[in-house]
Design a protein around this ligand. Structure first.
Ligand code: ZN
Ligand code: ZN
Length: 695
């Protein structure tokens, strides 16, 4: 019998976007030294901010932010486990690419022994960055550069962190953002994987901190106003030197960020270095920092809502900034300075810009989502009369060919697919619901490449079937007696070590050896926050056939990091039964062979050096197998990856037998619609690719 697990590691597949994009960029040959409008301000030491109105995004969190920046009447210590040597580690600030994976903070003894490796690794990584300008342009002619606060030269000073963060006991000067323009070239498969992992881990810390900060907040009921978890997370990470790409200003693709990656918060874009402005729409190196004295644009955010913008996907007419009132209406003429000049200069030098689109998305944790849509070239720039009669700068941008499909078009396609799958894909659907209504939402089956119909031959199993004796210890004494909803000191919270596994939105706060959800012996209602994975599917999943990985699974809905996806269901066999079944050649899944990826979700060892991974409630080594050779669910088709986007979390709810937990799958990152899901099934045999998890 065939393994239900496709062989190939998803990471080994070449990324279609990378090679084409990396080589597309060209370096400027000449530079005309024009006197930037910034220089005179630099000379007089004045700040630039009053001179330019940044192109803020319409309807963004800006005003909301200002309101929430009011001094809090109640000072909250952020996170209840502050580290004594909180500021002791400064290594991170030197090397944003240092892989904490290799040198975990908690094992300081290993750091010195690995030092050489880290340095040689850093050197290797450094070699991948190439200056985006020719050598002749490297000299700094402007001696004033150093005395000016880099933030002051930004169009918008990066705001709010200092005021929001309450963990900062002494104000520490943040690392200066480099002005050295570099382009990343020739990334091999290994390097791509490396950077992807760095970005993944960084974003996981961001999300963990964000979710955790909301969870902490819930414990202090006196607090009237909601604090923004995204700001607190980014602020903490900045303090710890965990923002990526601060030591280089990257032109073109950011290593490890893929086209189609989704972000819920502007601060997240800053954290990974995709767009370094918290509010302004144009990110650029100011003239005073630029090696040739000219501003250079590196990325823009296209949000729609601007009267003079036109967005046709591959082609964009982008309006410059300045002269807009707080409702994004033009009320003055724009000038060719700041970001406007930077875009013009980027056009002159043929420097590509990253385009990030901001879109409204119903049902997300924030009002908007940001999707990275790839690289565009600026073809034209002109001064025009805008719709309100004022002069505006316009830029025509064209998407560079040969890149992966735009994330924003995939989002739109998936949205339509959710409502009318057959009109968008008249052929290819083998079933519109292989669960036959057993799941709360349909599970689609799609194959437009061959005649394989295998998933149709299995009976759909919604939940894992446990042997009757697993239920023996269960009884009414094992549940809580909460009437309305469970509270933080109820019996079930205590079973979880005094904290629930999920936040109020149902997102996994941090991975644990096991989570006790409320169950049939609890008095609480079905809406209890401690009942998440037992409710089954919420996202519309699709089992699909691909040439690379065989059968795979993707979602038509956007899946938030930390969200429950589905159970890995099978029929539980004891060790003795498993021996018989495996002799028959049946397909078995061994739960103890999954990698402990749960430990990565909520791992804050880079924030707190005394962080220890949760070990309570503990589980004994699991000694059962699951048969999936006749009955199975959608999870069985999820592919293997060594940098997965889905983790396995053990959960108990319908019985209390620690030997037989449910295998519940949660998202480790924001998973865009139609992106393949993957789990780390454990160690794969290098030669056959056959996974040790099944026999
Ligand atoms: Zn409950
Ligand atoms: Zn309960």
């Amino acid at each position: 019998m065939d393994s239900p697990i496709p062989f190939q590691d998803l990471n080994l597949l070449p990324d279609p976007s990378s090679t084409a994009v990396m080589t597309a960029a060209t370096s400027p040959k000449t530079a005309t030294g024009i006197n930037s409008s910034f220089n005179k301000f630099v000379d007089t030491g004045k700040l630039l901010t009053p001179k330019l109105e940044p192109k803020l995004e319409p309807f963004d969190d800006l005003f909301e932010t200002r309101e929430s920046q009011q001094p809090q009447s109640v000072q909250q210590p952020f996170l209840s486990t502050p580290s004594s040597n909180f500021f002791s580690n400064t290594d991170f600030s030197q090397t944003p690419f240092s892989d904490q994976n290799h040198t975990p903070l908690s094992q300081s003894s290993s750091i010195s022994s690995d030092k050489d490796n880290v340095y040689s690794e850093f050197y290797r990584i450094s070699q991948l960055f190439r200056s985006a300008f020719g050598k002749g342009l490297q000299s700094y002619g402007d001696a004033d550069v150093e005395v000016v606060d880099p933030d002051a030269q930004a169009i918008v000073p990066v705001p709010e962190e200092n005021q929001i963060s309450t963990v900062v006991v002494s104000k520490r000067r943040y690392d200066k953002r480099s002005s050295e323009l570099v382009r990343v070239t020739d990334l091999g498969v290994e390097d791509q994987r490396y950077f992807r992992d760095v970005v993944r881990r960084t974003r996981m810390i961001f999300d963990s901190l964000r979710v955790l900060s909301t969870a902490e907040e819930e414990k202090s009921p006196g607090l009237m106003r909601r604090l923004r978890g995204d700001l607190r997370a980014s602020s903490l990470m900045r303090e710890r030197g965990l923002w990526l790409n601060r030591d280089k200003r990257i032109v073109g693709s950011i290593p490890g960020v893929h086209i189609g990656d989704l972000f819920f918060f502007r601060m997240e874009l800053c954290v990974v270095g995709l767009h370094g402005q918290a509010q302004a729409g144009i990110d650029y190196v100011p003239a005073s920092q630029s090696s040739n004295g000219e501003p250079i644009a590196t990325s823009i955010i296209v949000s729609g809502g601007y009267e003079d913008d036109e967005d046709a996907g591959d082609m964009i007419i982008y309006t410059g900034h300045g002269g807009q009132d707080k409702f994004s209406k033009q009320c003055m003429h724009q000038k060719l300075e700041g970001g406007n000049l930077a875009l013009e200069r980027s056009m002159h030098y043929g420097i590509e810009v990253r385009v990030i689109r901001g879109m409204k998305y119903a049902g997300s944790v924030a009002s908007k989502i940001y999707v990275y849509d790839g690289l565009y070239r600026i073809l034209d720039c002109w001064f025009d009369v805008g719709k309100s009669g004022f002069g505006v700068y316009k830029y025509k941008l064209l998407r560079i060919d040969g890149q992966a499909e735009m994330g924003s078009s995939i989002l739109k396609f998936a949205e339509n697919l959710r409502t009318k799958p057959l009109s968008l894909r008249p052929s290819g659907y083998l079933s519109l619901d292989i669960s036959m209504k057993k799941e709360a939402v349909p599970v689609l089956l799609f194959n437009d490449i061959d005649n394989d119909q295998e998933p149709l031959y299995y009976e759909y199993l919604v939940r894992t079937v446990f042997p009757p004796f697993a239920f023996h210890q269960s009884g009414s004494g094992t549940g809580c007696s909460c009437v309305t909803s469970c509270v933080h000191d109820c019996f079930c919270a205590m079973k979880n070590g005094g904290e629930f596994g999920y936040d109020q939105n149902g997102f996994l706060v941090r991975g644990k050896p096991i989570i006790f959800e409320c169950g049939p012996f609890c008095q609480c209602p079905p809406q209890c926050r401690n009942r998440v994975s037992q409710k089954g599917l919420k996202h519309r999943l699709e089992v699909f056939r691909s040439r690379e990985t065989g059968w795979g699974v993707r979602s038509l809905d956007l899946i938030h990091a930390g969200a429950f996806i589905c159970e890995y269901a099978g029929v539980v066999l004891t060790r003795e039964q498993a021996q018989v079944f495996s002799m028959n050649g049946d397909t078995l899944i061994y739960p103890n062979r999954f990698s402990d990826r749960w430990a990565e979700w909520g791992d804050l060892s880079q924030i707190y050096s005394n962080y220890v991974r949760p070990s309570y409630p503990s589980v004994p080594p699991l000694d059962f197998a699951m048969d999936v050779s006749r009955m199975r669910n959608v999870a069985c088709y999820i592919s293997h990856s060594t940098s997965p986007n889905v983790l396995v979390q053990f959960v108990l709810y319908d019985h209390n037998n620690l030997m037989f937990p449910h295998l519940m799958l949660f998202a480790m990152e924001n998973i865009p619609p139609l992106r393949e899901l993957s789990i780390d099934y454990g160690v794969a045999d290098d030669w056959s690719g056959k996974l040790a998890i099944c026999n």
